[in-house]
Design a protein. Structure first.
Length: 97
């Protein structure tokens, strides 16, 4: 999908005096992971809020929430893993067009 692109500080990216619009799939997934439920008024139940799961050591709940939210957003998860020793999350999820 195409959308406004954010910079490293999550501000709108501007080049040559204009907003940058480009493929935003990875950006969309990252925001869904990081933002707490209720962060977006028009879609209060569409985000994961991964921090709360990590603070509670609820790995199973986190993986379930990610899979459910991504699927709800049209991005089924083909595989997902969380390494508890390193804290690395890896997943394979592509938006259905």
């Amino acid at each position: 999908m195409k959308d406004f692109i954010l910079d490293e500080s999550d501000d709108l990216l501007i080049k040559n005096g204009d907003f940058v619009i480009d493929t935003s799939d990875e950006q969309q997934q990252r925001l869904m992971l990081l933002c707490a439920p209720g962060s977006f008024k028009n879609a209060p139940d569409k985000t994961v809020g991964i921090e709360r799961f990590l603070m509670d050591d609820d790995v199973a709940g986190m993986l379930h929430a990610i899979t459910a939210r991504f699927k709800d957003d049209g991005c089924p998860v083909n595989s997902i893993e969380f390494n508890e020793q390193t804290g690395d999350l890896s997943y394979n999820a592509k938006y259905v067009e």
